[in-house]
Design a protein around this ligand. Structure first.
Ligand code: DSN
Length: 472
């Protein structure tokens, strides 16, 4: 059965409040049966090619192990909201200040999303319009910096994100970026070294947050450094925002001037979110006048950076933020970390080199080059994929290899945890990965030979394991 079958029913059961708002405004659409119901079936009848490919993706997801730390699996209710009629609405601006008619329903949806996001993160301000996490970062940068202003951020090969200042991307092209590094021995953030660098470089913005850092981040220490040098602080919590909402990791919402996250990484729809805490109404000079920071962020979002917000996506965010507030979601965040720790320990027992020796969050990196001569992150990713195990190669701090080869492999536990796996299955996953990585024969940085029988056997074992934990 397609994962998103009868999506309208799911939304009705799991988020009654959205329907109540809509129903209080208009009578039930008499012809909704024809247009809005049975969406996957409509696709099957009108475009069999795309329908088959979507089904193929569903089958791939169900039959392989999803261990990419950046990925998650949203609920059927979130899928339902994404595929709803709200997709058709166009507008610009924010609630109370729109540029098109017919916004009463989407205004209610956006207000609901904002209210729930603030509740989920304990924030004073939430902007649910960014199209992505990277877009949210670009909005913040554009709101507070002029071209050529200075940014201090974690380098990409040290665990940072491409949008934080890599030369190939927006921030790296339009601002003067200096990047900090983790300690070369412990691979941990060195707050005193960051402070010294900030005192010398005098950035206007410090960015914290990471894509591949498995230890707790001290956001308060970053704020002390930012205050000492008179910089703004932006915390990009995309990878750990679910853990933060659940209280599994300390929150930066009051320490940072701006907190950004993508909304799919914690398990919602694709999209971005900007949160602000105690500094939400601090004044900033812009366009010849003083305005509060939140207003500057909104004016930069529209018309500065984006046009029409994705309103179906905002509806889906509203559904997701409500899920984040549930006891089930919060308990799952603890299990995600427990599973990541179990998985890291299982690899440790098998002789793998885990960066920083373990994890405090949902992910960790392994230096596969130190496990076996000639093994690289690229080989690990590709040969495991052939066996149904989906991971990603990752450059490690001070990595001698290029980004297309790498020494590292990154693993995360959000999806396997969502589908009900626990510490016993983590042990089994480490065993399956190990069986492949001990036998694969590297013949180049990205080339290798893999025994056909091993490939087939592992694939079958992976499918058996996945079949016991179907997608939910
Ligand atoms: N941030 C990337 C990652 O962590 O893989 C994906 O957006």
């Amino acid at each position: 059965m397609p994962v998103d079958k009868h999506v309208g029913e799911t939304l009705r059961r799991s988020d009654k409040q959205l329907y109540e708002i809509i129903e209080s405004i208009f009578p039930t659409a008499p012809s909704s049966a024809g247009y809005h119901r049975g969406l996957p079936e409509a696709l099957a009848h009108t475009d069999a090619e795309v329908y088959r490919l979507i089904e193929a993706e569903h089958n791939r997801l169900q039959n392989t192990l999803q261990l990419i730390a950046a990925e998650n699996q949203c609920s059927r209710a979130v899928l339902a909201a994404l595929g709803s009629v709200v997709q058709n609405k166009t507008t610009e601006g924010f609630v109370g200040s729109r540029f098109h008619g017919g916004c009463e329903v989407v205004d209610s949806l956006e207000t609901l999303a904002v209210t729930r996001a603030k509740a989920a993160f304990g924030a004073k301000y939430a902007n649910v319009q960014p199209h992505s996490g990277t877009g949210a970062n670009q909005i913040v940068l554009t709101a507070i910096l002029e071209s050529g202003d200075r940014i201090l951020s974690l380098a990409m090969d040290q665990g940072g994100h491409v949008s934080h200042g890599a030369g190939v991307a927006f921030a790296g092209r339009f601002f003067e970026v200096e990047q900090y590094r983790v300690d070369p021995k412990s691979f941990l953030l060195d707050y005193e070294a960051i402070r010294q660098q900030a005192l010398r470089f005098r950035p206007k913005l410090i960015i914290c947050g990471a894509s591949a850092y498995s230890r707790t981040i001290d956001f308060a220490a970053y704020r002390r450094i930012a205050d000492e040098v008179g910089a703004y602080l932006m915390a990009d919590i995309s990878h750990i925002s679910g853990l933060i909402a659940a209280g599994v990791h300390p929150s930066p919402v009051d320490d940072a001037h701006f907190t950004t996250t993508s909304t799919y990484k914690p398990g919602g729809p694709r999209g971005g979110l900007i949160l602000m805490g105690r500094d939400f109404d601090a004044p900033i000079q812009a366009g010849g006048r003083s305005m509060p920071l939140w207003e500057r962020i909104e004016k930069t979002t529209f018309p500065g950076f984006q046009g029409t917000p994705y309103l179906n996506n905002i509806a889906a965010k509203a559904v997701f933020f409500r899920e984040m507030l549930s006891a089930e979601y919060k308990a799952r965040q603890f299990r995600i970390v427990e599973n990541a720790r179990s998985l890291a320990k299982a690899f440790d027992r098998l002789g793998y080199d885990i960066l920083t020796g373990g994890t405090d969050n949902h992910m960790f990196c392994i230096n596969v080059g130190r496990f076996r001569e000639g093994l690289t992150g690229a080989i690990a990713q590709h040969c495991l994929e052939e066996c149904g195990i989906i991971v990603n190669m990752n450059r490690l701090p001070y990595d001698p290899h290029s980004p297309r080869v790498t020494s590292g492999m990154r693993l995360g536990t959000p999806i396997v945890t969502k589908n009900g796996m626990g510490p016993m299955q983590m042990e089994a996953i480490a065993g399956l990965v190990d069986a492949v990585l001990t036998k694969v024969e590297p013949t180049g940085g990205r080339e290798y030979r893999l025994d056909d029988r091993l490939r087939l056997e592992t694939k079958c074992q992976v499918q058996d394991l996945c079949a016991r934990f179907p997608m939910v």
